[in-house]
Write a protein that binds this ligand. Structure first.
Ligand code: HGY
Ligand code: MN
Ligand code: MN
Length: 412
């Protein structure tokens, strides 16, 4: 059977999402399932169990990426793969990443229901530490798979408690023996909520993702001098937090000056010694700059460096500014984009081309395999927030488009 007219089981997909959402619950209805925590392990174990129940064989690579394979008629062909991530933000939602993982499982379950035999094998995947919240940078494990980072760098990355990815993978039993990137994909598709407001505003069910904007991540330590809050005259202070506060405003202006696409965010700030009656001597902060065009992204980084130099000169501070990650703007494979667009049109879903504002594992996989993405709307465009929400109907539509885009590539 070719599978031309089959549909996924939307209810089963929704139930799987709600089951997975029970693991690592947040405090406001979402999820906190940080990479390589015990909750991440529990989520991984559940996914593996479901895939084995669906007849898949499981392999895990040295970055803990999981590959659940459904055989095809010709297993010598490179698999048609799909997947995303199970790790969430600290105040994450139930759909970011997880939808793409469980949509892959639903595709396999649907092919089984209908006895569809594909030519190429199918693989449902889970990528470690996509969020870059516990361990920086983001998408690190798909980055190792794509050859952007080597395995030693990947294993060495530490969280704020000094725990490394390598040690945590071993602790939770997901330090696989398979070399990262040791097998190629015939094509890779990632299904994801848009995480922005465009599809909802345009009343479209499917986003045909043409590419993703670039990102530059920085870590900055500003150093002044601790001194007494009561006895130090204002003109003798070297207040690192005052400098950091000026920079937060400057970093915001760097994006506002480049509207409508540029965005900039200071997401983390640690003040030392963090005592109410001591002038802060040092501040650690993170900076996230994004834009769809590389040259603008470079100009934003230059503006950041200039702003940092000025604040230091004005306030008598010193700065250590390190760019820790650069992910360039990418364009997805034309044939994969076309396969997504055709699947959406054939199913009669209102759809539009879109550029992803968020990074995804598909961005790195696109370096080593023809890659495409499918977006569905999320309520009010909100994500990285426990209220993140999507409708069962839209999620089912996205999964149906995934199914038929994959079938298009998995059957000769
Ligand atoms: O930050 C991102 O774009 C993604 O959610 N990790
Ligand atoms: Mn995501
Ligand atoms: Mn995310």
């Amino acid at each position: 059977m070719s599978g031309k007219n089959i549909q996924i089981n939307g209810e089963r997909l929704w139930d799987s999402l709600m089951e997975m959402a029970k693991i690592g619950p947040g405090v406001a209805g979402g999820n906190c399932r940080l990479a390589l925590t015990d909750d991440d392990k529990r989520g991984r174990d559940l996914f593996v169990q479901w895939c084995e129940e669906a007849g898949c064989t499981i392999r895990v690579d040295k970055m803990g990426n999981i590959f659940a394979r459904r055989p095809g008629k010709n297993d010598a062909l490179p698999p048609i793969a799909t997947g995303s991530h199970l790790d969430t933000q600290p105040t994450g939602g139930k759909f970011d990443g997880v939808f793409g993982v469980l949509a892959g499982l639903e595709v396999i379950r649907t092919l089984n229901d209908h006895g569809v035999e594909t030519d190429a094998p199918i693989e449902a995947t889970v990528w470690t530490n996509e969020e870059g919240s516990r361990f920086a940078p983001a998408m690190i494990a798909s980055g190792v798979f794509a050859g952007v980072f080597d395995i030693d760098y990947g294993h060495s990355r530490e969280d704020t408690d000094g725990k490394t990815i390598g040690a945590e993978l071993d602790r939770i039993g997901y330090l696989g023996d398979q070399d990262c990137g040791d097998h190629k994909f015939g094509a890779f598709f990632e299904t994801h909520i848009e995480q922005g407001p465009i599809l909802e505003a345009e009343e479209k069910t499917i986003g045909v993702v043409a590419g993703a904007q670039g990102q530059r991540w920085f870590e900055l330590t500003l150093t002044g001098a601790e001194s007494h809050a009561g006895t130090t005259p204002m003109n003798r202070r070297k207040d690192a937090l005052l400098g950091a506060s000026k920079l937060v405003t400057e970093i915001n202006r760097i994006a506002l000056e480049r509207e409508p696409y540029a965005v900039s965010t200071v997401g983390m700030m640690q003040v030392s010694p963090n005592s109410r009656n001591t002038i802060p001597g040092s501040v650690f902060m993170t900076i996230d700059l994004r834009h769809p065009e590389d040259e603008t992204l470079i100009a934003m980084a230059d503006a950041l460096r200039a702003a940092c130099d000025k604040v230091c000169a004005d306030d008598g501070l010193t700065a250590e500014l390190e760019e820790i990650w650069y992910s360039p703007p990418i364009a997805f494979d034309k044939d994969c984009v076309e396969a997504v667009r055709n699947a959406a049109a054939t199913a009669g879903y209102a759809n539009m081309d879109i550029i992803s504002g968020a990074g995804h594992d598909a961005c790195y996989i696109s370096r080593v395999a023809p890659t495409g993405m499918v977006f569905v709307p999320c309520e009010d465009g909100i994500s990285h927030n426990e209220v993140e929400s999507a409708t069962p109907e839209d999620l089912a539509a996205g999964c149906n488009v995934l199914l038929h885009a994959m079938l298009d590539r998995a059957t000769a």
